[in-house]
Design a protein around this ligand. Structure first.
Ligand code: 1PZ
Length: 214
């Protein structure tokens, strides 16, 4: 499963997460969503079996993009401004989904939980032995993160899809960063930024009691 010549590289995608964090430690939604767009594109390249996952991610990215380009786009420049805007205007359903089923806060929370999976998965990939199974790494990181928020049927479908993942070396190859060593090095550079974005978001959501939004 070699990377197609001219295919885009996961290096730029992961760099978007680096561009998210400002000097004031705010998270810019523009590069955050751009990073997610690139991940979805990469996921689609892995095969049609992953399309139920990428469809859901695309829906969420689109919801956020419409806020970010809408009338109130200034309020959606950063995660911090979004949280204070939506909370102060009562635009977030806190108990059950009703009048504001697709708030920015609940939508980002879903991507945020998936970012934790991504962090664990890439970390696993980076540190695993050469002959390690990508699907095992993926299943372990999923079970340690996102699985807790998914119903049984989604968990089953996810684990079946993971079986279609290529071997570790082939996976590093389709990332299109260079040889396996280069890919591992790139992951080592990119992961601290993903961890940083995750940590800032987690703290912000904790402060405002947003971690369990319906
Ligand atoms: C390389 C292998 C990719 C594995 C991706 C691991 C994530 C598996 C997630 C499977 C769930 C997809 C079905 C949709 C579930 C939704 O119910 C939930 C909750 O949203 P709600 O229903 O509350 O509106 N959606 C999510 O949890 C967001 C999932 C986003 C996954 C993005 C993955 C990006 C992968 C990048 C690959 C490098």
């Amino acid at each position: 499963m070699a990377a197609a010549p001219g295919a885009f590289s996961l290096r730029e995608v992961l760099a978007a997460f680096q561009a998210c964090v400002t000097e004031q430690r705010e998270v810019l939604l523009g590069p955050y969503l751009q990073g997610w767009r690139g991940l979805v594109r990469f996921l689609n390249g892995l095969g049609a079996i992953f399309s139920f996952i990428s469809k859901d991610a695309v829906t969420k990215i689109q919801i956020m993009e419409s806020y970010c380009s809408g009338e109130r786009r200034e309020e959606y420049r950063t995660l911090q401004s979004m949280v204070s805007y939506e909370l102060s205007r009562g635009l977030v359903d806190l108990q059950r989904r009703s009048s504001h089923p697709d708030s920015g806060c609940r939508t980002i929370l879903r991507l945020h939980r998936a970012l934790r999976w991504l962090q664990l998965f890439l970390e696993g990939l980076r540190t695993a032995r050469q002959d390690a199974s990508t699907s095992a790494i993926c299943t372990d990181s999923y079970n340690a993160s996102l699985a807790a928020y998914h119903p049984w049927v989604v968990r089953k479908a996810a684990v079946v899809a993971f079986c279609a993942l290529p071997s570790r070396d082939a996976f590093l190859e389709v990332m299109n960063v260079g040889g396996p060593e280069e890919a591992v090095e790139m992951l080592g550079d990119a992961l601290p930024h993903i961890r940083d974005v995750y940590g800032i978001t987690q703290e912000l959501y904790e402060q405002h009691c947003l971690l369990n939004l319906p």
